[in-house]
Design a protein around this ligand. Structure first.
Ligand SMILES: [Zn+2]
Length: 223
């Protein structure tokens, strides 16, 4: 099991991750939030998370709060933690090995989650090599990413969440809102963001090609 994660190291990692996601337009307009669990495995939950309303392309070490299981800061601070902090806490409580929880607002996540899905449904992916990046042994495994109705009532949402997420599929979508994922380390959480985003872009491309006849150029066998 894991030990404590130093706050300063966590903040450094989160600044770098947010900057990378911001550059890709995955955290525009101060959106999204990233956290790392800093308490050890057998200690009460606490984690460091981006403060509410900060430009994710220009975070500084003072733009973070350390919060406990109820999402409230455990130290005096002028910053507010985001309302979505409760969802991070819910993930850490349900998925014991989660060390980092990353949440981004990508166009593709919002588009796909609104594409004819209702609350309680999932988006299914299979047959893609990149699925292995989610920790699967083979591309030939089916993954179902849960989709939940978006809400401003984060308390209720955080209570529903444990019934919809599982250890084997690191993520969920909030409809018209964005993607949450996690990992056993910040490295894994970042990788999962990138893999999901690849899968979303692939699926959107697939939907755009529906009904388009296959081009003869794709079938060329050479001369
Ligand atoms: Zn959000």
């Amino acid at each position: 099991m894991y030990s404590k994660f130093p706050h300063t190291e966590a903040i450094f990692i989160l600044i770098e991750a947010a900057n990378g996601f911001y550059t890709k337009n995955w955290m525009p307009g101060t959106s999204g939030n990233l956290s790392i669990r800093t308490s050890g495995a057998n200690e009460p939950l606490n984690f460091v998370i981006t403060a509410s309303g900060k430009d994710k392309g220009a975070l500084t070490p003072s733009d973070f709060v350390i919060v406990g299981v109820d999402g409230a800061p455990i130290e005096d601070t002028e910053h507010k933690s985001s309302a979505e902090t409760l969802l991070h806490a819910a993930v850490y409580q349900k998925i014991k090995e989660a060390r980092a929880v990353y949440h981004v607002h990508t166009v593709q996540a919002a588009l796909l989650s609104n594409y004819g899905l209702t609350d309680g449904e999932s988006i299914r992916f299979r047959g893609l090599e990149m699925l292995k990046g989610l920790g699967l042994d083979t591309h030939d495994t089916e993954v179902e990413l849960p989709v939940l109705e978006n809400s401003q009532d984060m308390l209720t949402l955080s209570q529903q969440l444990p019934h919809r997420i599982h250890r084997k599929v690191p993520g969920f979508l909030l409809k018209g809102h964005g993607l949450y994922t996690w990992g056993a380390s910040p490295f894994h959480a970042k990788r999962h963001i990138e893999i999901w985003q690849y899968l979303f872009e692939y699926r959107l491309g697939e939907l755009m090609l529906q009904g388009v006849p296959s081009s003869p150029a794709l079938h060329s066998v050479g001369s």
